[in-house]
Design a protein around this ligand. Structure first.
Ligand code: 2IT
Length: 446
């Protein structure tokens, strides 16, 4: 495989898509040697085929705000790869959504879903609609308008969306209602649903829980333990919330969370009702973390900064792509950070990852560390198919087993000669093998 040639062609074919190129490059660079050793993948042109999404849908979403003003937004669904199961992946409502971010997320999702070993292909959807400050009525009308078009392309055996940034259980409910109204079917077409009508226990916490289960694997691989570790999280959404809950339970100390406005440093630890308060903050839809310091005056709000300047043992980015750059990585390492668990999708820039790895700090890539969310979506799909609900413990046990298995696979394919575990390489190779073999077995279909 001629890596340079593939990357040059990729750049030519996808001008002005830096995120997609960043995500694809990371995979290509880490699987190149493996492909050279296994010529069947070249014979079947698997890399070229994986780099091209199977379908990209873009549509117009028109809606009316509370003042009667008419707005036009864009909706997307990238159906990246169906070899392993129906397309599966979240819906993001955020002003940064465009075809580039949708493509990178769908590409990452395909590898991530492969890693879970559950029968799910990869897709991603969303809209450049910004939920900040929007009323409940506006959110409902937006979700309805969005689903009126999206429903043409999805279904429980075709494509099963879920939430992501800006889309929580409430929005999933609004979208599900509209799907049902148009199609007259009560089916498992979305995950992240409420418990009363087909949702799964643990799904809201799953991304955060899974990430901490993965961290436990990273710690164990270094004969280290989680007890007493100082942790900085970014974000204050569902993912950071789940991580904070699990970290507290396991005896670590979360000292920071963040928002687009800055970060909160709470030396007393973000525990108990303060963790519950994160959800209240999110529910306000104001998209600011500063009110935490008003409610808990012992905490400090640091405006306009990221929590990566703090002295912590573990850094867990839980917000959005490229939120941790090379300068942040240098600051973390200089302050003695030992573990970086990327829990947002592509939360770290390529040069940040290279630097962290060069310093022999343990680094988990998002597609491995955050796979617990979609894995639990997969478990929700299974429960929907069986028309029953599992107990909390059963879902949690399955989630733990999936995260342990992903960690084992990273060790298997990512352990280097000097003993350093390259989790990026391990995750990419393990995800690639299952996907690529399925594509070969299914013939030249896509
Ligand atoms: O990035 C992700 O893995 C998600 N937003 C969850 C996707 C899902 O289908 O549960």
């Amino acid at each position: 495989m001629d890596l340079n040639k593939i990357i040059t062609e990729l750049e030519e074919k996808n001008p002005a898509q830096p995120l997609y190129i960043q995500a694809a490059k990371e995979v290509l660079e880490t699987i190149a040697d493996f492909i050279k050793e296994n010529p069947k993948y070249e014979k079947y042109a698997i890399v070229d085929r994986i780099l091209e999404p199977e379908r990209i849908i873009q549509f117009k979403v028109t809606w009316v705000d509370d003042n009667g003003k008419i707005h036009v937004n864009r909706g997307y669904r990238v159906q990246h790869n169906m070899a392993l199961g129906p397309y599966k992946g979240g819906i993001r409502f955020h002003k940064s959504v465009n075809v580039d971010s949708m493509k990178f997320l769908a590409f990452e999702q395909t590898f991530k879903n492969s890693l879970t070993t559950l029968p799910m292909g990869g897709g991603k959807g969303g809209s450049d609609f910004d939920p900040t400050g929007r009323s409940e009525g506006e959110m409902m009308r937006y979700c309805q308008s969005f689903m009126t078009e999206l429903q043409k392309y999805i279904g429980p055996e075709t494509d099963v969306p879920a939430g992501d940034i800006g889309v929580g259980a409430r929005e999933v409910g609004f979208m599900y209602g509209q799907y049902k109204r148009i199609r007259d079917e009560h089916v498992g077409v979305l995950t992240g649903k409420s418990l009363n009508w087909g949702g799964s226990l643990i799904r809201p916490e799953a991304t955060g829980f899974g990430s901490i289960y993965f961290l436990q694997g990273m710690l164990a691989a270094k004969n280290d333990t989680i007890t007493g570790k100082r942790v900085a999280l970014s974000g204050f959404g569902n993912v950071a919330w789940g991580a904070a809950l699990k970290l507290e339970e396991l005896g670590a100390k979360v000292v920071a969370i963040s928002g687009p406005d800055g970060y909160i440093l709470d030396e007393d630890g973000i525990t108990g009702e303060k963790v519950d308060y994160m959800r209240e903050l999110l529910g306000t839809r104001n998209n600011v973390v500063a009110p935490y310091a008003t409610k808990y005056p012992n905490a400090k709000f640091v405006e306009g900064k990221k929590p990566w300047e703090l002295k912590v043992d573990v850094a867990i980015p839980c917000a959005i792509q490229n939120e941790l750059n090379l300068d942040d990585a240098k600051a973390l390492v200089a302050n003695g950070c030992q573990y970086v668990v990327e829990t947002s999708n592509m939360g770290c820039t390529a040069d940040a990852i290279n630097y962290i790895q060069s310093q022999k700090i343990s680094f988990a890539p998002g597609k491995a560390a955050n796979a617990g969310g979609v894995a639990t979506s997969g478990l929700e799909m299974t429960q929907n198919s069986m028309k029953l609900s599992w107990e909390r413990e059963e879902v949690d046990e399955k989630l733990k087993a999936i995260m342990n298995n992903i960690h084992e696979n990273c060790l298997k394919y990512g352990t280097e000669e000097n003993g350093y575990i390259n989790y990026v390489k391990g995750a990419n190779i393990a995800g690639f093998i299952k996907l690529a073999d399925a594509m070969i077995e299914q013939g030249v279909a896509y």
